[in-house]
Ligand binder design. Structure first.
Ligand SMILES: Nc1nc2c(c(=O)[nH]1)N[C@H]1C(S)=C(S)[C@@H](COP(=O)(O)O)O[C@H]1N2
Ligand SMILES: [Mo]
Length: 394
């Protein structure tokens, strides 16, 4: 996409943001008193497209349209620690402050300030929860872990619209000796077993902020949906989902290392987690029942937080023999503007009737691949093992 195209797209987004903001303002005063009973997720979650866990919902892989590369917001998984707040774009402020700025009291920016003052970018990234695949620790490795029992649908590939965080930090007066930033949401405080831990927030290094971090007000050419962070979220491309704080209200910039329970207590294995691993999924229901035929066309996708996928090996006989899947050319190698997942296909010749196990193993351009067994950890993060996907042919 050309820069001109990006700017045009972003300009088109402006009135839409205004409209969505107005609609939410209207709903606000009415919705507020009823909040206790309000659902945690506001967008529709049709059972054909989502598995609903209450405050979280995952995309169903059998509902993914093989012809569509990007995940539209309406189809994207949702992970909320509390519930989706209903915010007014016109009132929303982002506060940037801290001793990592030349003037520590910092600056405050509205959405319009961000949209008017900084160059617009569109960036494609794999958006994925750290715990994606968590249920497979139990079902495939017989290991008990705690947390939402995602299968493989806590992931999508999204094109985000916004501005580079580095441009905004330059305007805020970033000191050269700043090391750490902390992003905080304005959703309700998170209470864990009676302990109020404050707003959902997580630190990240200045290096990531200056590299490819985006302050996003849109996705797939539209304003963010409330569930995905309206009116503004942080996006740290390729990093675990919690790094991309929704409903972004403040960024603290510090000359010392910042921490939060989301970097020490959770999302931590011998240190705060950052880049997502390599994973693969078949575009099939779990336990799919396939009609026997001379050949069956199978499709799937693979992705990595670090780099585009370079190759995918598949097996239709439980791992006894492997062959290369055909990678579909697509926008995944866009490079400079981020990367998404890679679509692939495989023709299954003369499948015998009966039960089979499908496997897919991807390798990314950095040589990272998927192990046979994922490393156990009590919270079930980073399940990256080759998944044993059961199917039956009739
Ligand atoms: N403010 C805030 N940001 C948040 C969260 C949250 O609960 N509150 N959840 C995080 C987690 S764990 C994930 S996986 C992603 C999910 O983003 P999505 O719901 O837009 O898919 O948002 C992250 N950002
Ligand atoms: Mo997450």
């Amino acid at each position: 996409m050309t820069d001109l195209g990006l700017r045009r797209r972003s300009l088109l987004t402006l009135p839409a943001v205004g409209l969505a903001g107005a609609a939410l303002t209207q709903a606000g005063p009415l919705a507020a008193p009823a909040r206790a009973g309000a659902p945690a997720i506001l967008k529709p979650l049709p059972p054909a497209q989502f598995t609903d866990f209450g405050t979280n919902a995952e995309m169903r892989w059998d509902a993914v349209d093989p012809r569509r590369y990007l995940t539209p917001q309406a189809r994207l998984f949702v992970r909320n620690h509390t519930r989706t707040p209903q915010l007014d774009a016109a009132d929303h402020r982002l506060r940037i402050f801290g001793d990592g700025l030349h003037r520590p009291h910092g600056i405050e920016l509205g959405l319009r300030d961000l949209q008017r003052r900084f160059r617009h970018v569109a960036l494609t990234s794999v958006h994925e929860c750290t715990g994606n695949g968590r249920s497979l620790f139990a079902s495939q490795q017989e290991q008990q872990v705690s947390g939402t029992a995602w299968r493989l649908g806590a992931v999508g590939t999204v094109v985000w619209h916004g501005v580079r965080l580095r441009d905004v930090l330059a305007a805020a007066g970033l000191r050269p000796d700043a090391v750490s930033l902390q992003a905080a949401g304005v959703d309700d405080d998170y209470v864990d077993k009676g302990e109020n831990l404050g707003p959902v927030r997580r630190p990240f290094p200045v290096a990531k902020a200056l590299d490819d971090a985006v302050l996003a007000w849109g996705a797939d050419g539209r304003p963010l949906l409330p569930d995905h962070g309206f009116p503004l979220r942080l996006v740290l491309p390729g990093w675990i989902g919690i790094a991309s704080i929704k409903w972004l209200g403040s960024l603290e910039v510090s000359r010392g290392e910042l921490t939060s329970p989301w970097s020490t207590r959770w999302y931590n294995i011998d240190g705060p987690l950052s880049t997502n691993p390599v994973r693969s999924a078949w575009e099939l229901p779990w336990g799919a029942e396939l009609r026997g035929a001379r050949r069956i066309e199978l499709t799937g996708r693979s992705w990595s937080g670090a780099a585009p996928v370079a190759r995918v090996d598949v097996s239709t006989d439980g791992g006894a023999s492997w062959t290369r899947a055909r990678l579909r050319p697509g926008p995944q190698h866009r490079g400079r503007r981020g990367h998404g997942w890679t679509r692939w296909s495989h023709t299954w010749e003369r499948p015998a009737s009966g039960e089979h196990t499908l496997l897919a193993r991807a390798t990314d351009l950095h040589g990272r691949t998927q192990p046979d067994v994922a490393a156990y950890n009590p919270n079930g993060y980073l399940f990256d093992a080759v998944v044993r996907h059961p199917v039956a042919v009739s």
